[in-house]
Design a protein around this ligand. Sequence first.
Ligand SMILES: [Fe+2]
Length: 370
Amino acid sequence: MEQRTLTDYTQLHIWLQENASKTVLLVCDDSIRYMDLFNQYLKRAEKTGMKIIPFKDFQPNPQYESVLRGIELFRRERCDSIIAVGGGSAMDVAKCIKAYANMSGNGENGEYLKQEIVPNAIPFLAIPTTAGTGSEATRYAVIYFDGKKQSITSDTLIPQTVLMNPDVLKTLPMYQRKSTMMDALCHAVESFWSVNSTEESREYSREAIQGVLAHMNGYLNNTEEGNAGMLMAAHTAGKAINVTQTTAGHAMCYKLTGLFGIAHGHAAILCDRILYPWMIENTDKCVDPRGKEYLIRTLDGIARAMGCVDARTGAKKLQEIFLSLGLEVPEASDEQFCELTVSVNPVRLKNHPIALDEATINELYHEILR
Ligand SMILES: [Fe+2]
């Protein structure tokens, strides 16, 4: 099913009418406070008899229990549609509410995690408020149950409609602005070299890389055009990872956020700026079934999308972009290097086109950090 894109809040009215929505579950994070136009629109909709049921009872790295509370509210209020507003966590929670809403039982003790997801047609609209995760374009969600990360994948998680309004980025703080932009760039780059890439996904990657680079200055200076361009580039990068998933950069970056308290996109670019040049030197260890020559062409292709002549220049440019943002390089202790090395989930490395053993991962971490 093709995802539909709206650009203006006034189009929400049509969306609600088309879906005959009477009661909407509004899954939102704090960013909604700054969305004056959207809030005005909701007030007007309520005056015409629409019921809006807000649900904000979740945290970053959302828990399964939060999803259960959302489903309870969805059922109790007899909601007939879902609107998600926010960053990655709001999207994850809304996606799981949608996927589990029609399941049997009350979901206690992780019950819904064990049931097969049966696709449903609950109208689901997403309004991303950061230009980074691209979650509004993907079939993945991540929640935590009993302290363990649960990766959920189903096509029914993809919102049928997205509303892309760049105004939401106006109040984004600078660190979040930079780190989410790097998340989007890393999605596009990793998807490009993923063993799962297809012609279609590489086209999304190319478009996203070009979009990030073209709009970086405007976006960092908070111009309307820059914000609009970056929002679209991050969305396109989301479409790319929807096909391929992410690779070693993401597998290696998760523990960095936990250990050093840095943002996800900051951690991802720390890894990818080192992985890219390392890969150029290690194409002999290629495990992509399409072969070494194909991988070499891919690494060149990424560089060309960045406006560079070859892979080496491209890798240099990625490092320069990172340096230009003034993002910190954390210092790790010997103990932390060991902790990081064993933290990398080998299953996630499967998408990477070059084999990585434990010793190599340890060496890479020594380059990634100080
Ligand atoms: Fe990411």
